[in-house]
Ligand binder design. Structure first.
Ligand SMILES: [Mg+2]
Length: 177
């Protein structure tokens, strides 16, 4: 059971290496992107050039990027506005409600949505509960905000279990799409 909920479809080091063409060919239309430690380090307000270029690359590949975060409206809106994408804040991932909202707003089906994030307990669990394609990346910094610290602690325990049976190992990247 733990495997079903916590194993991402794809595990990459960083969004820069994400094969967006392949996602599009697979039928993905919407990419839900986490903010903290996925696009930008916590407590940093501005996206760097790599993050801005990535969002543009998502758009250029015909996918719709949306930002979904557990952080506050002020922070998430500030990030989303820099790249002109829709955002969903206070999402309480792994809760489903904002993912359901995204399905409704984009008029997409579950198999047309992918989730990209840096945490098993929020992004990957939430996406897997929705039966979305899930993409895990390594966090872009060692700094965590308060909620991130808690979920990362839980994640460490889950990772220990998953790495025992070789299901998921930190730094062993794969693509099971
Ligand atoms: Mg995150």
């Amino acid at each position: 059971m733990i495997k079903k909920y916590f194993i991402p479809t794809i595990y990459i080091k960083n969004y820069r290496t994400l094969n967006l063409e392949k996602l599009r060919e697979y039928g993905i239309k919407v990419l839900c992107i986490d903010v903290d430690n996925t696009l930008v380090p916590p407590h940093t307000a501005n996206l760097d050039n790599d993050a801005i270029a990535f969002i543009q690359r998502v758009k250029d590949n015909g996918l719709l990027p949306v930002i979904i975060s557990n952080n506050t409206e002020k922070r998430v809106q500030g990030v989303a506005n820099q790249v002109n994408v829709d955002f969903y804040s206070f999402s309480c991932k792994p809760c489903k409600y904002n993912y359901i909202k995204i399905l409704r707003d984009t008029k997409c089906t579950k198999n047309e949505v992918a989730v990209l994030g840096d945490q098993l307990v929020t992004d990957i669990l939430g996406g897997n509960r929705m039966n979305f394609l899930t993409i895990l990346q390594d966090p872009i910094s060692d700094i965590e905000n308060t909620s991130g610290k808690i979920t990362r602690k839980i994640e460490t325990k889950i990772l220990a279990t998953l790495s025992k049976n070789e299901s998921l190992k930190k730094g062993t990247y794969y693509d099971n799409m």
